[in-house]
Design a protein around this ligand. Structure first.
Ligand SMILES: *Cc1c(COP(=O)(O)O)cnc(C)c1O
Length: 414
């Protein structure tokens, strides 16, 4: 069997060293085949918000497995999916009431794009086809999602000619830029199907933050132009920015919201695209063709939905959101003077994200390896080092993570 039988994501398989061999996990710790316990400093790509194998989620999964493994959602429903849809509708702001499940974030974004496109098609406005998206955006790895990522700096820049052409712009950061954005929307209005944004934290393409005020102004401008707003909360949803959803900090209710990552508490792959009643109403008519033309095979998988329901129980029963705010406070204290190091350009905090932007790009393999030897798992994103731990991280464990980053940055600057 060739060594490279297992192909890893975003990895140059020729030169990358051996990956970390994880055989089990417990709470915030990953446990390797040679019995090392390493803190999962990025919650396995921001999924494991309650830590790994939380007993309540494990119990819910075992119970569900004894009842129903999987059933197609075409023409059939089952209690875990119905319950989860109702709970999400309850939890989400405004009239975001109609939940369409899928199995990964990228697909949830594809569905959001299709919902917007078909919203106009169903109203006989076929020319509304393109999406306004932003610099430093990341929305996934499938081709529709790739087309709305940052066209310059994104992981997908080599695919440019292959992708749908969208309308990428800078995120307006002041009154003047907002007016320019407004004029841009007015000019292209008839050809625009929607505007897509990662609210408050633009995560995978650079860990850039914007303020709730900026988001509110932008949403207002989109609304005034009669356009649809998609909030991609796959990274920010489920507490990571300090509120259940990032949009809530700006009192913004998008027309469509994408959820994923933390939705199942990190246990199983699950995503959802949720539309407002007003958007949904455009799909309800006497014409069968007006029905949403989408249906992933494993959508609404009962096990994944059971994990997500158990995860929502934990948000109700345990003080997750205050834990997130506590993590932010501790990080601000620990790194209050981090920007005095010469290699540091900026330090940013937002809930359970703590980001250090550096003056250079970091090699992924050797950087991760250096942190593993300190007992912390993280993966740099180009010129940023960031932590995004499970929310249940204790003060001592968090100090261990922030301390490891401080030592690394100090060495880089010396
Ligand atoms: C991770 C992510 C996606 C893609 O989700 P996958 O489950 O990896 O397909 C989309 N949008 C945002 C904002 C993300 O962070």
């Amino acid at each position: 069997m060739p060594e490279n039988c297992l192909w890893l994501p975003y990895t140059q398989m020729k030169t990358a060293g051996p990956p970390l061999r994880v055989v089990s996990a417990e709470g915030i710790y990953l446990i390797t085949d040679d019995h090392r316990r390493i803190i999962d400093g990025i919650s396995s790509w921001w999924t494991a918000c309650h830590g790994h194998r939380h007993p309540h989620i494990v119990a819910a999964l075992k119970q569900q497995l004894d009842r129903l493994d999987h059933v197609m959602l075409g023409g059939i429903e089952h209690p875990p999916a119905r319950q989860l849809a109702e709970r999400l509708a309850n939890l989400l702001p405004g009239e975001l009431n109609h939940v369409f499940f899928s199995d990964s974030g990228s697909v949830a974004v594809e569905i959001a794009l299709k919902i917007c496109k078909q919203y106009w098609l169903n109203q006989r406005m076929p020319e509304a086809s393109r999406f306004v998206c932003f610099r430093y955006a990341y929305h996934g790895d499938t081709t529709g999602a790739m087309s709305v990522c940052d066209p310059v700096d994104s992981l997908h820049r080599r695919f440019r000619g292959f992708l749908l052409e969208q309308l990428p712009v800078d995120l307006p950061s002041n009154h003047e830029e907002l007016q320019t954005f407004d004029r841009f929307l007015q000019r292209h209005r008839r050809s625009i199907a929607g505007v897509i944004i990662e609210p408050l934290v633009q995560a995978a393409a650079g860990m850039k933050f914007h303020s709730p005020g900026q988001l509110a102004d932008l949403a207002d401008c989109v609304r005034r132009n009669g356009l649809l707003l998609i909030a991609d909360e796959i990274a920010t949803g489920f507490g990571r920015t300090g509120t259940m959803f990032a949009c809530q900090q700006a009192e913004v209710v998008p027309d469509v919201i994408c959820l994923g990552k933390g939705l199942s508490g990190g246990a199983l792959t699950l995503a959802a695209t949720v539309a407002t009643s007003s958007v949904f109403s455009k799909f309800c008519s006497d014409d069968p063709e007006d029905a949403l033309q989408h249906g992933p095979t494993y959508m609404g998988n009962p096990l994944a939905c059971a994990a997500a329901n158990a995860s929502l129980d934990l948000f109700e029963r345990e003080p997750r959101l205050s834990q997130v705010r506590q993590l932010e406070t501790w990080a601000r204290e620990a790194w209050s003077d981090l920007d005095r190091y010469s290699a540091v350009r900026e330090v940013r905090f937002r809930g359970a994200w703590a980001v250090v932007e550096l003056d250079r790009e970091l090699p992924v393999g050797s950087t991760s390896k250096a942190f593993v030897s300190e007992g912390v798992w993280l993966r740099p994103l180009r010129n940023t080092l960031y932590l995004a731990p499970p929310f249940v991280c204790t003060e001592a464990e968090w100090a261990h993570c922030t301390g490891a980053v401080r030592r690394f940055v100090a060495e880089l600057s010396s």
